[in-house]
Structures are given as C-alpha cells and as structure tokens.
Design a protein around this ligand. Structure first.
Ligand SMILES: [Zn+2]
Length: 301
C-alpha cells in the first residue's frame, strides 16, 4: 500500500516536471519556428505567433498572443522592423521583461545574418518604406537559414546548458542536410541563371542572391506601397521587351496587379507560400525552400 502511494506521489511530482522540462520557445513566424524545432528537438516546445498563410508584416495583435508570450522562455523574432506594427504591444502586454529587445530571453534573428537591400539616402516609413533597416525576408536563403539555426542553438544552450551538445549537434545535422539540398537545387537552377522574374513585394532578394535568378521589377514601386497603374504599364512594357514570363507573388497578397501584368505581357502568375506552413507541401523549412525552387524554376524554364 505504502509503495503504491509513493509511486502515485512520484508520478504526480514527475508529470509537471516533465512538462516544464521543455523550454517554451515562441517565434513570430513559422519559418523561425521550424528552425527552432529542428535544433531544439524534444527539449523545446515551439509555437509561432503568426501562421505561414498570413502576411507577417500585418498580424492582428490579439491579446491571446500576449498570453503565449507571458510564459515564453525564449522569443525569437525576425527583426528589421518586420514585426514593428504588432510585436512591441504584445511584448509589453505580456509583462515578460526578459523578452524585451536586448533581453536575455529575446533573440532577433536578423543579427545572425548579413542584411541585403539596406536603403541609402532618405528613408521615410510614412511614404511606404516598410523596411528602413534592410530586407527582413532572409529565410529564403538556406545559407542564412543555417546561420539563424546556429544562433538559436547557441541561445538555447545558454538557457539550457545540459542540452548544449544536443542543440549544437542538431544544428550541425541541419546544416549538413541543407548543404546537400543547396547543391541539388543549384544544379537544377544553374541552366536558368540570369532568367528574369517580377516579384510582388521585395521578398525574394535573398532567394535571387543564391539562385542566380534576377528580379526585373516589383509590383510595389516601394516596399509596402500599392502599385499605381502607370507603374504596372511600365512593367508590361518591360516584360514584352525582355520576355519576362513570371510574376511571383506570395499567396497572402492580393494578386490582382500580378494577374493584370501577366495577362498583358503573355506571362503567368506564380503563387508561392510566404513561409513554412503557407502551403500543405511546405511543412518543413527544407520542403518550403524546395517548393519555391520547383515552382519558380518551372515558370522561367
Ligand atoms: Zn517585407
């Protein structure tokens, strides 16, 4: 009797300990969540504040999200003001001071990568410059994805020293897998180097940087600004002159302008998921990148 009671007590005590043993990692996007799961394994419980089908620039700052942040052991955000419209109020509401910018439980992924598209000259967010600090869409580059994964592994190791070796080993395994995928993708893309596409928002600068494809223009004249018809007419002229056939647009955007340009230029709209989880086939970071490579390369072939 006494033994069974002790077993019961032990199991009651063990249950919450097992649950609290996992570090609660909250990320702003599904792409960051995927990387955190890759390096964290079963030592972490990861949750993303936005879904892969959502526009990460404009997430509804629902108070439920602040509750998730209250108990977070680590918050990983993209940075470069991608989430400036919705994350700061949620972090303040959460009253979790350790996840404030610069806090011990806050990791801003942008600090781990070299940033492209840093504006020069006058930057004015009120005129539609969504990204005054540079382009935050860096996870479309697997090399930068690995850098972010390693930064997450390093921070997890600080917060959970007994897991340090596991985090490092898992980050290295991810790096090895993505290196192999990168070689495969580059082999496939190499004959297409220099082919031109239109993009909707400036989301693919990092993708173009490693694939060798080229952006001939954007539907948005400035990041975050809706296109005037004169701008679309210029793109149609350009498409006809240069034989540009693909208008690539994330599936969270209204694609009316892309459809119009594609129709008048005799090209096609290529819809892509903006992030991991933005398409049923994009369930992991590698699967998402693979889907981008397959859809875009098919359109420019
Ligand atoms: Zn953007």
């Amino acid at each position: 009797m006494r033994t069974s009671l002790m077993l019961l007590l032990a199991s009651l005590l063990a249950a919450p300990m097992t649950a609290s043993a996992a570090l609660r990692v909250v990320t702003t996007t599904e792409g960051l969540a995927a990387l955190a799961r890759e390096v964290g394994g079963d030592r972490v419980a990861v949750e993303s504040l936005s879904r892969g089908v959502q526009d990460p620039h404009f997430v509804d700052a629902n108070p439920i999200l602040a509750v998730k942040l209250r108990d977070a052991d680590l918050l990983v955000d993209v940075g470069l003001e991608l989430e400036i419209g919705w994350l700061p109020p949620l972090v303040n509401q959460s009253r979790n001071t350790a996840i404030q910018p610069g806090g011990p439980r806050r990791l801003t992924a942008a600090a781990a990568v070299t940033v492209l598209d840093v504006p020069t000259g006058v930057v004015d967010r009120s005129r539609g410059d969504l990204h005054p600090g540079g382009n935050p869409h860096f996870l479309t580059d697997p090399r930068r994805g690995v850098q972010v994964a390693r930064a997450i592994a390093a921070r997890l190791a600080e917060l959970d020293p007994p897991g340090a070796a596991s985090y490092q080993a898992r980050a290295t395994a991810l790096s090895t897998r993505l290196d192999a995928a990168l070689a495969r993708w580059k082999g496939q893309l190499q004959p297409l180097a220099g082919r031109k596409i239109f993009v909707h928002h400036r989301t693919l600068s990092y993708f173009l940087d490693w694939t060798g494809l080229v952006s001939a223009g954007e539907m948005e004249p400035r990041p975050g600004t809706p296109p005037p018809s004169s701008h679309l007419a210029d793109l149609v002229t350009l498409a006809r002159q240069q034989g540009i056939k693909a208008c690539v647009v994330e599936n969270y955007y209204d694609s009316k302008s892309d459809e119009l340009v594609a129709r008048l230029a005799g090209g096609a709209v290529v819809k892509i998921p903006g992030d991991v989880g933005g398409d049923p086939a994009a369930s992991t970071y590698e699967a998402w990148l693979d889907l981008l490579v397959q859809r875009i390369s098919a359109a420019v072939r």
